[in-house]
Design a protein around this ligand. Sequence first.
Ligand SMILES: N[C@@H](CCC(=O)N[C@@H](CS)C(=O)NCC(=O)O)C(=O)O
Length: 198
Amino acid sequence: MQLIGMLDSPYVRRCAIAGTLLGLRFEHHSVSVFRHMPRFATFNPLYKAPSLVADDGTVLMDSSLILQHFEDVAARSLRPVGAKARLHDLRMTGLGIVAADKAVAVEYERKRPEAMRSPDWSKRIEAQLHDALALIEAEPDFGEDTTTPGAVICAVAWGFVRYVIPTYVAQDAYPKVAAHAARCEASAHFKAWPIDRE
Ligand SMILES: N[C@@H](CCC(=O)N[C@@H](CS)C(=O)NCC(=O)O)C(=O)O
């Protein structure tokens, strides 16, 4: 399998971390959807990161679908066992995905020429980002677990926020989220896939 996309994408990073946690063999190609468009098109002409080239050549996109395929190949799930814990992890996964989506939206808006930015839209997505982080902060702790899809995406989203758009969210604004992310970043499976813009 080949995973395509840069590790500054929270979606690419969550897939790479999950692949490692599941013990899968895959190649990673650090190709940008913006700076390396001709090369990206050789994998996926729709320019979505992550893209995954499966072993039979099928090209998948969207991190949640790629995670599903990873779990299919590994024949096991990263979700906790037990209905209550699984439901909680699904909830945290959704919150983490929205935090990532809004953080990426803030970054894209910030990249526009000033005259083309919409103040109303910026205000909305920045508020949604903060609201998502506040909801993660308010949920019960993950404890020590750094391996479930919910635990991973919440930490990855925080890492993106602090690495790419640090002026939008102070380091001490969400202490439980920051502490969880620090625990995750200290683990071998996160260290194997550091956030990287190159
Ligand atoms: N819901 C998607 C979001 C993926 C996404 O938007 N990735 C960005 C990079 S962080 C991308 O491909 N941007 C280029 C584009 O949408 O044209 C997922 O979970 O994979």
